[in-house]
Design a protein. Structure first.
Length: 193
């Protein structure tokens, strides 16, 4: 019924007999939305959703359930379910939920690409450029940064010019915004480790 609803709305759908088959297929590495039933043979929907938090954190999950179990619904939503739909469901409501999740997935993937790009640019910076960027992102002004780094004005200006060029931005404001994106990425990587 789910695959028919998806196809009716002119979206592509892949179906799997089990969570294990889905994982073996590596379909979660592609953009999309995963519609899961809480009750499945083998690994249950909540277990798969939990596993995907690390393996496919940008993949939206819509959880289906035949029960009114509030605890299960809360658990699914805490694990970042895009929606929780009770069966039997209205096909149009499911399609709307899938369409909203597709938009969410596209936005998450765009942010993820921006984060990877910013992190790659950051990794190519010299140590002094990285230090300068971190000090600026902490809200320090030019005089404070020069003092902290022990550099003269002309060295600071050259380094700032190089930094702006390497990071592909035109202003200190854009540079600080990128640094916050990099810091968030590094913090998430640290938490995951």
């Amino acid at each position: 019924m789910v695959s028919l609803a998806v196809r009716r709305s002119e979206m592509d759908a892949l179906t799997f007999e089990s969570a294990e088959e889905f994982l073996e297929s590596k379909a979660y590495t592609r953009p999309g939305v995963l519609v899961l039933d809480i009750s499945m043979n083998g690994m249950c929907g909540l277990e798969l959703q939990s596993r995907l938090l690390t393996e496919a954190p940008t993949l939206p999950v819509i959880m289906l359930s035949a029960t009114d179990d509030v605890e299960l619904a809360v658990r699914a939503m805490r694990h970042r379910a895009a929606d929780f739909i009770r069966k039997p469901f209205d096909v149009d409501a499911l399609v709307r939920s899938i369409q909203a999740a597709v938009v969410q997935n596209q936005a998450l993937l765009m942010v993820e690409r921006e984060r990877r790009t910013a992190q790659a640019m950051y990794s190519r910076l010299t140590t002094i450029e990285q230090d300068l960027l971190l000090l600026l992102s902490d809200g320090q002004n030019e005089i404070q940064v020069r003092g902290a780094l022990g550099v003269e004005s002309d060295f600071y200006e050259r380094t700032m010019s190089d930094l702006l060029q390497k990071m592909g931005v035109e202003s200190t404001v854009e540079l600080v915004q990128l640094s916050h994106l990099i810091a968030a990425t590094r913090e998430e990587e640290h938490i995951a480790a």
